[in-house]
Ligand binder design. Structure first.
Ligand SMILES: [Fe+2]
Length: 225
């Protein structure tokens, strides 16, 4: 199960066209992946209405599914860049992962001020959604500690599990279940990304089973895939 991927053709900078998306899917299939959470970037600053984004995403997913000869299940989602306004977006639930109330959130690149944490908490409390924080491996120990205080679901990229130093830092959180989802975050080099995903899964040993079960539980899939 790949819980974070940019595979929808033309939906963001992850895949420029159908050929690239099919290449991504074939690489994923070779890695034994059966379900992919397709999470094109959503930036409020782009000025794209969520309704339009969702329609574009659905059309891209439909095109990909019609042309793919893999059996991979594609779950439509978004990687929502957190801003002070995110919690106020009326159609925010359309950006959730599939039919769930989980929403994949990308923390801002710059300063995390109190307003950003208020926005994150409002997504959960005022909007009653369940944030999943994307690629927490990118954040400093201090920032990771801060994120842990909220008790939200945390996702890690396979690449970080493969790098020795970051693996050493992250493994305790994976073993404790604080970091519970694995993603490829695949963009322009699917061969490399899915080799890394396979390698990460091997390095995680029994922990990958727990991560797959967690992902399956979120998606309501009965048999972990
Ligand atoms: Fe991403």
């Amino acid at each position: 199960m790949d819980f974070h991927a940019h595979i929808l053709p033309g939906a963001d900078h992850g895949s420029p066209n159908l050929d690239h998306s099919l290449r991504q899917l074939n690489c994923a299939a070779e890695s034994g992946i059966k379900t992919i959470v397709a999470a094109p970037h959503y930036y409020t600053s782009d000025g794209i209405a969520i309704r339009d984004f969702a329609e574009m995403r659905a059309a891209a997913a439909d095109t990909l599914e019609r042309h793919s000869d893999t059996c991979i299940n594609i779950v439509q989602a978004a990687e929502v860049y957190l801003s002070h306004e995110t919690a106020e977006l009326e159609l925010l639930p359309l950006l959730c992962v599939g039919n769930t109330d989980y929403i994949l959130i990308e923390m801002p690149y710059g300063v995390w001020d109190s307003g950003i944490f208020d926005a994150l908490l409002s997504v959960a409390s005022a909007r009653r959604l369940k944030p999943i924080i994307a690629h927490v491996d990118r954040y400093s120990p201090d920032r990771l500690q801060k994120l842990l205080t909220f008790g939200f679901t945390l996702q890690v990229n396979a690449e970080a599990v493969c790098r020795r130093l970051s693996r050493k830092r992250l493994i305790p959180y994976i073993k404790s279940g604080d970091i519970s989802l694995l993603g490829s975050d695949v963009h322009d080099n699917p061969e490399y990304s899915y080799l890394r995903f396979t390698r990460a899964a091997a390095l995680l040993g029994d922990d990958i089973t727990a991560m797959t079960e967690k992902a399956s539980a979120i998606l309501g899939i009965q048999h972990p895939a």
